[in-house]
Design a protein. Structure first.
Lengths: 111, 115
């Protein structure tokens, strides 16, 4: 099975609502990153959280990391239609030279 | 200006053909990557190069041969294309991934369809 699995696989919400998605991983990490992919486009980096951090904010994004549970969550507050995309978590390996991506959470924000 | 560019954007070809995808980055990064994204959106690393040297080769069939003529370019040549090679191929670049972590910048992808 893969390092970095997102849950849920798909999420549909109304504009203005919050969207929460989770990522679980199996091996120790140095850091965890979240990326967004709009339909038909490449991935765009959103936020990085290091293994010694528990929470990080960037605009309407809030990321948490629980290394004891090997899990992370991404919260998008006050969602907008433009937030419609797939969101991926990515973890690095011990050497720090490779990212492994999860399967993604597809978020649909309805206007 | 585009940071990471790939050509072509779309590629439709017959089984058994040989094709190449090109990637260029103008970010001054020293590390470049090729990823394959399948129809279920699962993204898997194929290769990474640091300063023109191969550092990661993720058990990719030897029909796939990357080439890095310089730090700003990483091309992917695929021989004897198979139906299962149909996917979206993404190029990415970063500063060398150290323990502190580095952001990767992705190209727009090349959609390959093998008939």
């Amino acid at each position: 099975s893969q390092q970095g699995e997102e849950d849920p696989q798909a999420l549909s919400i109304q504009e203005g609502e919050n969207a929460t998605m989770n990522c679980s991983y199996k091996t120790s990490i140095n850091n965890l990153q979240w990326y967004r992919q709009n339909s038909g486009r490449g991935l765009v980096h959103l936020i990085l959280i290091r293994s010694n951090e528990r929470e990080k904010h960037s605009g309407r994004l809030r990321v948490t990391l629980d290394t004891s549970k090997k899990s992370s969550s991404l919260l998008i507050t006050a969602s907008r239609a433009a937030d419609t995309a797939s969101y991926f978590c990515a973890t690095d390996n011990a050497a720090g030279n490779k990212l492994t991506f999860g399967g993604g959470t597809r978020v649909l924000v309805k206007p | 200006d585009t940071a990471v560019s790939q050509t072509p954007k779309y590629l439709v070809t017959q089984m058994g053909n040989d094709k190449s995808i090109k990637c260029e980055q103008n970010l001054g990064h020293d590390t470049m990557y090729w990823y394959k994204q399948d129809s279920k959106k699962f993204l898997k690393i194929m290769f990474s190069y640091n300063n023109k040297e191969l550092i990661i080769n993720e058990t990719v069939p030897n029909r796939f041969s990357p080439k890095s003529p310089d730090k700003a370019h990483l091309n992917l040549h695929i021989n004897s294309l198979e139906l299962g090679d149909s996917a979206v191929y993404f190029c990415a670049s970063s500063h060398y991934l150290a323990v502190g972590g580095e952001t990767q910048y992705f190209g727009p992808g090349t959609r390959l369809l093998v008939l």
